[in-house]
Design a protein around this ligand. Structure first.
Ligand code: HEM
Ligand code: NAG
Ligand code: NAG
Ligand code: NAG
Length: 330
């Protein structure tokens, strides 16, 4: 009798250990991955980011968008940073969602140079993107968005310009297409609403919303539409005559909940922003984010960590690039 009881206990302990092991595998990144390998790593990234943002707050917006465009295509593996080569002539960065609007590649190079000088071959480019997006969030929110991001990502070796368009939906998208594109990556409608709040900073090229949002049937605020018609040529096209405007005209460089107030007052640039009001569920979230202090910041921290964990490569997968623009060939 006693023996049978012991066996049961043994089985219970074994099962718990198994569950623990499975749990660990499901979350392979860890906070402070570089504490032993390169103790200064996160401080170095933060130092470069503080300099860069003090010169131009757009550098912060650039890194936050970079994380999104990296993680949604081939996972958070810095595949978006790879330059064309004879063997891979059309990498992700040449695709329409990234080219020519995605910016910040030189800033990543500067961070990588600083890290290679301190700890050669140790810190992945994928982690640089995650750290710099985290630091940008903290700096541009004046410390209100302040979180730790787990690290240990490895860099990918594959990048194809045909892929981004499959995962990064255009700003003309309706709510169901937006939600679907998040669900495919393990995120949900609330993550969509929360992460869209990043459109409280940075810029957009006119071609992203002309003519879509400036036509007669658009719900955009009349005053903003008039302003945008003044800023944007009617024939704006990517790579052509295509000026940029601020996304948030109220507090353009503050990472704050102003975005949600803009959604409610129809002073947002994209159909994809306005679309958040087209279901009761997401509209309620917009109202809460707009009205409850601290609500958005708290959720944005968690959603950024979630996004930064999409399909990550760890352990023996991938490599640690020496140069973020090129894979190591040895
Ligand atoms: C949900 C679908 C989304 C769509 C359709 C979308 C679309 C866009 C577009 C068209 C631009 C303008 C780019 C330009 O013309 O220069 C932009 C900018 C930006 N997006 Fe999004 N976005 C989405 C989600 C996100 C997410 C999840 C994040 C990050 C959490 C994000 C962060 C940004 C930032 C920071 C900028 C400004 C970039 C800069 O100043 O260089 N976006 N987005
Ligand atoms: C990229 O994808 C396209 C379309 O699927 C394919 O034709 C091309 O061979 C791919 N390039 C590489 C380097 O895999
Ligand atoms: C959303 O747009 C897609 C086209 O991208 C369309 O097929 C779909 O019917 C639209 N859904 C709704 C609910 O309007
Ligand atoms: C006008 O803009 C709205 C969104 O602002 C869009 O739903 C609609 O399809 C556009 N119509 C035309 C004709 O471009």
């Amino acid at each position: 009798m006693a023996a049978a009881g012991d066996e049961k206990l043994y089985l219970l302990v074994a099962c718990s250990l198994l569950l623990l092991a499975v749990g660990c595998q499901a979350s392979p990144l860890q906070i402070g991955f570089y504490h032993d390998r390169c103790p200064q790593a996160e401080a170095i990234v933060k130092g470069v980011m503080m300099d860069a943002i003090s010169q131009n707050p757009g550098n912060g917006a650039a890194m936050i968008r970079m994380l999104f465009h990296d993680c949604f295509v081939e996972g958070c593996d810095a595949s978006v940073l790879l330059d064309p080569t004879p063997f891979s002539p059309t990498p992700e960065k040449l695709s329409a969602p990234n080219n020519p609007s995605l910016r910040g590649f030189e800033l990543i190079d500067a961070i990588k140079d600083a890290l290679e000088a301190a700890c050669p071959g140790v810190v992945s480019c994928a982690d640089i993107i995650a750290f710099s997006a985290r630091d940008a969030s903290c700096i541009l929110s004046a410390g209100k968005v302040d979180f730790e991001v787990p690290s240990g990502r490895r860099d990918g070796t594959f990048s194809n310009a045909s892929e981004p368009v499959n995962f990064l939906v255009p700003p003309t998208s309706n709510l169901s297409d937006l939600v679907d594109s998040f669900v495919v990556k393990g995120l949900d409608a609330e993550d969509l609403v929360i992460l869209s709040g990043a459109h409280t900073i940075g810029r957009s090229h006119c071609s992203a919303f002309v003519p879509d949002r400036l036509n007669v049937s658009s719900d955009i605020d009349g005053g903003l539409a008039a302003f945008l018609r003044g800023q944007c040529p009617a024939e704006a096209t990517p790579g052509g005559n295509d000026p940029t405007v601020m996304q948030d005209v109220v507090t353009p460089n503050d990472l704050d909940r102003q975005y949600y107030k803009n959604v409610l007052s129809h002073t947002v640039l994209f159909t994809s922003d306005a679309a958040l009001l087209t279901s009761e569920e997401t509209a309620k979230m917009v109202v809460d984010n707009a009205n409850i202090p601290g609500w958005w910041e708290d959720r944005f921290e968690k959603a950024m960590v979630k996004m930064a964990g999409i399909e990550v490569k760890t352990g023996d997968e991938g490599q640690i690039r020496k140069n973020c623009r090129a894979i190591n060939y040895y």
